[in-house]
Design a protein around this ligand. Structure first.
Ligand code: CS2
Ligand code: MN
Length: 355
């Protein structure tokens, strides 16, 4: 595996490449062109400039998170082909720049959903949290306004203002899209992009829906092992793989995380490893990465990755806000750096005990 760190780019991230370079064992960043909108072609020049900037700091681009999918593709509207062509063009430009892993998601309207961005934990840190009762009492169209005061001024990925402005319209467009339709539209998209992925050896890594169930009546399909297997077999190509995000699949307590990892051998192209603390089946908050701070056994998760011979990029995922840091919720420097160090420690121990 290669330990990496998500970085949103100069001007968008409070964390610098110089800081990331000093986290022991982190050699790569997972980044994006944060100022592009879904559906737009990423030019070779822009990708190249980003790459030069990252490499000048002694790191490398280990992959992209995310190249977002235009809603026309997810909805399957008549203009989708044009956006798929643009996506193919972007993949080609990434491939030409020697970038071989792309994370994306296929969630309608919202990316991840949380009801609080700064819930206080007993140790005084703040974390993202989700409560089903709060969701049920919420109007999805105003959800963003209700949580944005805790965003620390950051634009949250998937919650870009231009999307939130047309949210009513978006809901309307999805009204005839059910799970079957969403699967069909994903298949259509994957079939079209696989040839360029084959040509440039690009691993596509779909990110799970977070939380791993339907919210606000919108269909969500990347939620469990059965659905992932369906997705992989409907377009059976090794480049059609997954981002194994422990925190997202783990929202559903029926998902056996180490078991899923073992079942996905060879098709996990990217791993997000973090911990959640459940207060009840439908109230959880994000925890420190350390197993005993939350509800998951991080040792078993790392061991499963080790056992399947996982050799792709891995990153700590959302961290707590600690030590008075002011940053994008979930994406401060300190707690994610602690997370990377902990995961590296687990890996070293597992590796040595297997020799
Ligand atoms: C998630 C997503 O992993 C995460 O941090 O909260 O925002 C994720 O980046 C996207 O769904 C991937 O497309
Ligand atoms: Mn994730």
């Amino acid at each position: 595996m290669e330990m990496t760190f998500r970085w949103f780019g100069t001007g968008f991230d409070t964390v610098t490449l110089k800081q990331i370079r000093q986290i022991p064992g982190v050699t790569g960043v997972i980044t994006t062109l944060y100022d592009t909108t879904p559906g737009e072609v990423w030019s070779r020049e822009k990708i190249h400039a980003l790459k030069e900037e990252v490499e000048a700091s002694g790191l490398r681009i280990a992959g992209i998170e995310s190249v977002n999918i235009h809603d026309a593709i997810k909805i399957g509207s008549p203009d989708r082909d044009q956006y798929i062509d643009n996506y193919i063009e972007t993949l080609k430009n990434l491939g030409e720049e020697d970038i071989h892993m792309v994370c994306y998601n296929f969630m309608p309207v919202f990316d991840w959903t949380r009801t609080e961005l700064a819930r206080k934990r007993p140790d005084g840190s703040t974390v993202l949290a989700y409560s089903q009762a709060a969701i049920d009492a919420l109007n999805p169209e105003t959800m963003f306004e209700s949580i944005s005061k805790d965003a620390n001024g950051a634009i949250l990925p998937g919650w870009e203002p231009e999307r939130m402005a047309i949210i009513k319209e978006l809901f309307e467009k999805y009204k005839d899209v059910d799970e079957e339709k969403l699967f069909e539209n994903l298949k259509y998209f994957l079939e079209k992009i696989m040839p360029v992925c084959d040509e440039y050896d690009i691993n596509m890594a779909i990110h799970p829906d977070d939380p791993a169930w339907s919210v606000f009546g919108l269909p969500r399909i990347i939620v469990n092992i059965e659905n992932i297997q369906r997705m992989m077999s409907m377009v059976d190509n090794p480049h059609n793989g997954v981002t194994f995000c422990a925190g997202s699949y783990g929202t559903n307590r029926k998902n056996d995380l180490p078991g899923m990892i073992r079942a996905l051998k060879g098709r996990i192209h990217f791993a997000h490893v973090r911990n959640l603390k459940f207060n009840s089946d439908d109230d959880f908050e994000e925890a420190a990465h350390l197993s005993r701070d939350g509800s998951f056994d991080l040792y078993e998760i790392m061991k499963a990755l080790y056992d399947i011979g996982f050799d792709g990029p891995i990153r700590p995922d959302h961290g707590r806000m600690i030590w008075d840091e002011v940053a994008m919720p979930g994406y401060g420097l300190y707690d994610r750096a602690l997370g990377a160090t902990y995961l590296n420690g687990l890996w070293e121990a597992i590796e040595k005990s297997n020799k």
